[in-house]
Design a protein around this ligand. Structure first.
Ligand code: C2E
Ligand code: MG
Ligand code: MG
Length: 707
């Protein structure tokens, strides 16, 4: 503004000064006030006359120290200008915050002639801001910190807990029965109760702790500086006690209690929000366990659940991306040497982890709907494969495993029907569904209905892992499964463990009685196959026949398959239950010899007793020979031949042990070769005896030929 214009319109300048809402004061070089405007009068409460002649010290609040004013004057001298927030005092004594700008006015010579101060009262702004801050950090009803402030304090306290090697607990508290009181007595009473509880909780907290209200009847306590868990238990006990002490409002007593969920940092090393969520989860468990108690969050279990969720997501993605594949394990008839079918077994071709067996991912999704999607994919895929083989002239029945959840799903039958309609050329009998015996036991009535509906579609049913689920006879009668699959654990030990032999024998007997087909799984060697055949179980699958393989390898495998000669040898014979001990005797003898051989090679200490070693009456074979064996076969020359060789075995055995103990390994080994030759002789003799017995037995037809 030029000086001519200023001089030309002094009235306008005065008017402008007066209407501006900023307070203005003009002082001389000695800071004596020369002029103030109307806004100055309004803000400070001093009249123009009171102000003029004074210095701005008139307004000093006392809130700033000398260095504050020194810095201000220095800026004015050096830069001719200062701006900042400053606390001043009104005439009525009230302190207020203003935003002040001071400009030094200089003469042409550079000499300061005046100062001009312009200020805005920002007290209102400041108050609003403070209120907003309070609102953002505190709960209005109880005046406790809210979730935001708690999270902030948690962040600080977590760092400190680590530095001081102490524990930090986050307690999530939810009142029990508060809603009923609120509903019955109204919100005003409810609010007063909340205030009362908040005051009690404050008593538990020390200065570094925080009690926060999260909303409704939910509170949280952050307890710092805990040396150990015992200390925490004391705190929890106190909180529970305080929360359940009676509250009196207007002479009327009310009873509340609290359920607490607790997580402890750094055992649970999550971020503040997650810590609170974990405590919340634990609180729900406290509620479920019956309220008025606390529950500790289990970080390890949560980690497992987290891993499970990740696997679930990844598996769902894998299913979509086509990472699942079906392998097929052939199923054969030992008696006829035919390949009768194959079991579809799912695998996950994981891009990073390689080919995963179902045990690595199915159990984790067994109780999740994803198993239903996977199951549906398996059925579709297996049916399409069966049809492809069918058109090549390869007629294999395909077994598909079902999860319990899948079988019991309301849409299961529709889904199965839909899948079958997509392969019209395929006889429905081609597919067999396997459910775990244990799964079928869960809801027998329902399972029976579903199985019957499937059978009406022509689909057959098998009870998988049979023998592990404790099915009773009544149950077997109720569940109309076509096939029983003897669990592989029994088949594996059938040669070793007389109990398993009895069980397998029993299952085969049951299957015959109830007219079910029986399949042995887990057949790992030819001997097991022979034994199963002798017991009357013709159908088998297992590594000893073939391992599960990709679909494209199946046709060539089927073409090349030749049954074990040993099976053919026994194919036409029949066997009576009373003759089973004869089968077992063979394996008892084998075991005796194997134990000796292992001892010679130093793999194990000798597990035979002295009597079993020395005395041909005391070993298990001897027990059979001089007991049940002599009674039943004493008249057969094949039986009588055995005695001499068996006695020779018991002469050689102790000598081998003596040599080995004396450290003469060479001699022990050479005698062992002799023992193994005797063993072969005994096996041949036993086979002769078994043939003689089998061909003499009248024989009862078994289930060969059902397939
Ligand atoms: P399962 O139905 O009892 O299948 C037989 C399992 O035993 C298969 O394991 C097979 O590879 C294995 N096995 C076969 N012969 C032998 C043997 O001689 N010795 C030994 N040690 N093992 C043998 P896999 O493929 O790992 O499958 C394990 C289980 O996973 C299956 O047991 C079945 O219950 C389940 N499963 C497989 N595929 C599916 C599917 O598509 N859906 C559902 N719900 N479950 C499936
Ligand atoms: Mg199976
Ligand atoms: Mg099985």
């Amino acid at each position: 503004m030029s000086s001519e214009r200023e001089a030309a319109d002094p009235l306008l300048a005065k008017y402008a000064l007066d209407i501006t809402r900023d307070g203005i004061m003009i002082t001389d070089a000695e800071t004596r006030i020369l002029e103030v405007n109307r806004a100055f009068v309004q803000v400070t409460g001093y009249t123009r006359d009171e102000a003029v002649g004074n210095t701005p010290a008139l307004l000093k609040s006392g809130r700033h120290d000398a260095t504050f004013y020194q810095a201000m004057w220095q800026a004015l001298r050096e830069e001719g200008y200062w701006q900042g927030e400053i606390w001043d005092r009104r005439k009525n004594g009230e302190v207020y915050l203003e935003l002040l700008t001071i400009t030094a006015v200089r003469e042409p010579s550079g000499q300061i002639s005046h100062y001009m101060g312009v200020f805005t009262d920002i007290q209102k702004l400041h108050t609003t801001q403070q209120q907003m801050e309070r609102l953002a950090h505190f709960d209005a009803l109880t005046e406790l910190p809210n979730r935001n402030l708690l999270a902030e304090r948690l962040r600080e306290a977590a760092g400190q807990a680590v530095r001081q090697n102490q524990l930090l607990a986050v307690i999530f508290l939810d009142l029990d029965g508060f809603k009923q009181i609120n509903d019955r007595h109204g919100h005003a009473v409810g609010d007063r109760l909340l205030v009362m509880i908040s005051q009690r909780l404050r008593q538990v907290a020390r200065s570094a702790d925080t009690v926060a209200r999260l909303g409704g009847d939910e509170f949280a306590l952050m307890i710092t500086g805990l040396p150990n868990m015992e200390e925490l238990e004391l705190v929890l006990g106190r909180v529970l006690k305080l929360a359940s002490a009676p509250c009196e409002i207007d002479g009327q007593p009310h009873r509340l209690s609290a359920s607490l969920g607790v997580t402890v940092y750094p055992f649970d090393s999550a971020d503040p929000d997650t810590l609170l969520r974990h405590a919340d989860q634990a609180m729900y468990q406290a509620k479920e366990a019956g309220r008025n108690r606390y529950h500790l969050f289990d970080a390890e279990r949560d980690q497992q659940a987290h891993t499970r969720r990740q696997l679930l997501d990844r598996l769902a993605e894998g299913l979509m991306r086509g990472e699942l594949v079906l392998y097929y394990q052939p199923k054969v008839n030992l008696r006829t040497g035919e390949v009768i079918g194959a079991e579809a077994l799912v695998r996950w071709q994981h891009p990073e982890r390689g080919l995963l067996p179902p045990g690595e991912f199915l159990p984790q999704v067994e109780h999740h709907d994803l198993i239903i999607d996977i199951g549906e994919w398996v059925i579709r895929q297996a049916l399409a494969q069966a049809q492809a083989w069918h058109t090549q002239g390869l007629n294999l029945s395909i077994s598909v495993n079902l999860a319990a959840r899948q079988l019991q799903h309301p849409d299961f039958l529709d889904c199965l029907r839909g899948c079958l309609s997509e392969v019209p050329g395929l006889p429905p009998g081609t597919i067999e569904l396997e459910i775990l015996e244990s799964a079928a036991l869960e809801n027998t009535g329902n399972v029976r209905t579903i199985i019957e509906a499937c059978q009406a579609l022509g689909v057959r049913f098998a009870l998988d892992d049979f023998g592990t689920g404790y099915a009773s006879l009544a149950y077997l009668r109720d569940i109309p499964a076509d096939v029983l699959k003897i669990d592989q654990s029994f088949v594996r030990d059938v040669l070793e463990d007389p109990d398993d032999l009895t069980l397998v024998e029993g299952v085969i007997g049951l299957a015959t009685a109830f007219r079910r087909v029986v399949v042995a799984e887990g057949v790992e060697n030819a001997e097991q196959g022979v034994l199963l055949l002798r017991l009357g179980c013709d159908l088998a699958q297992g590594y000893g026949i073939a391992r599960p393989m990709p679909a494209e390898r199946i046709p060539a495998w089927v073409r090349a398959f030749r049954p074990e000669p040993a099976w053919a040898l026994w194919a036409d014979t029949h066997w009576e239950m009373a003759d089973f001990p004869l089968l077992v005797a063979q394996y008892d003898h084998l075991k005796w010899v194997r134990q000796l051989a292992l001892f010679v090679e130093g793999a194990v200490s000798l597990s035979l007793s002295e009597a079993e070693l020395q005395d041909h009456h005391s070993c298990r074979f001897g027990h059979w020979y001089y007991g049940h064996g002599r009674q039943r076969y004493g008249h057969l020359p094949e039986f009588l031949d055995l005695e001499k060789v068996h006695m020779a075995v018991h002469e050689l055995g102790p000598e081998i042990v003596r040599l080995r103990r004396a450290g003469d390994l060479g001699a022990a080994r050479s005698r062992l070769r002799g023992l193994l030759a005797l063993k072969d002789d005994i096996l041949v003799m036993l086979a002769n005896l078994q043939q003689a017995v089998a061909s003499h037995a009248p024989g009862q037809g078994n289930l060969a030929g059902i397939h």
